[in-house]
Design a binder for this molecule. Sequence first.
Ligand SMILES: [Zn+2]
Length: 303
Amino acid sequence: MPRLSEVIAALDTLWPPGHAEEWDAVGTVCGDPDRTVSRVLFAVDPVQEIAEEAVRLGADLLVTHHPLYLRGTTTVFAGTFKGRVVHTLIKNGVALYVAHTNADRADPGVSDALAGALSLRVTGPLVPDPTDQHGRRGLGRLCAVEPALSVRELAALAADRLPGTAQGIRVAGDPDALVRTVAVSGGSGDSLFDDVRAAGVDAFLTADLRHHPVSEAREQGPPALLDAAHWATEWPWCQLAAAQLDQVSERHGWGLRSHVSATVTDPWTAHAAQAPARPAQTVPVPGAAVAAAASDDASGAPN
Ligand SMILES: [Zn+2]
């Protein structure tokens, strides 16, 4: 069985920490480099529920996409929710390793896994990494949709293939427009709108899209925008990452057992569906009926 330090070296090769954004916090969060590793759990979020799942599973290592501490800390007191995660992991001999924006930019990376989940053919990165001579690493992926689908069909495909969340898939744009090319980016993608427009694709699938960026993008016309739950767009990477570590394990004869958490850690937990695009004036507003009646009475009268 490999020691943690050997497994970390393998993970650092798959997702070099130097490829992470400057603001990011990737790599090993806790763990004893000399302890042996036999079981590994992959998950998106290092939350308490996942830490407890790792303990129940008997995992020696938890690999997550999101950092536990992104902005630094001065305490791991178990009275804080993040400190409690640290205590749960250390008490039970579970190491924590994070591959975040370095996994986003990797080849294959988070957006390759997202494209793969939808059976889209990746043609290249949306924002190529200039240090990659092969032009394969970078943020987001450009994909061919074969055969072409309508925006509505692409949204239905995403809803079917991505793990279920309360949010589902939101769409901005003409649902009947034909999609031959699509950009995908796991996680929050609204900073990539300019790159998506420059790429000339028919649609963009990502997460965490906000009112103003979407409103402004819509005013400029296509592409259609598809917004899935952040967690759902990144979860396929856990399967990809586990398969990658399995290959390393086989090469070295480590006999690691990799698991992918099926626990939904998307923070949104419920959704009340509405009829789409209901005119705002049909929403009952206290006092509005009286005001409308008064306005009718006054119609035609000079004021
Ligand atoms: Zn994310």
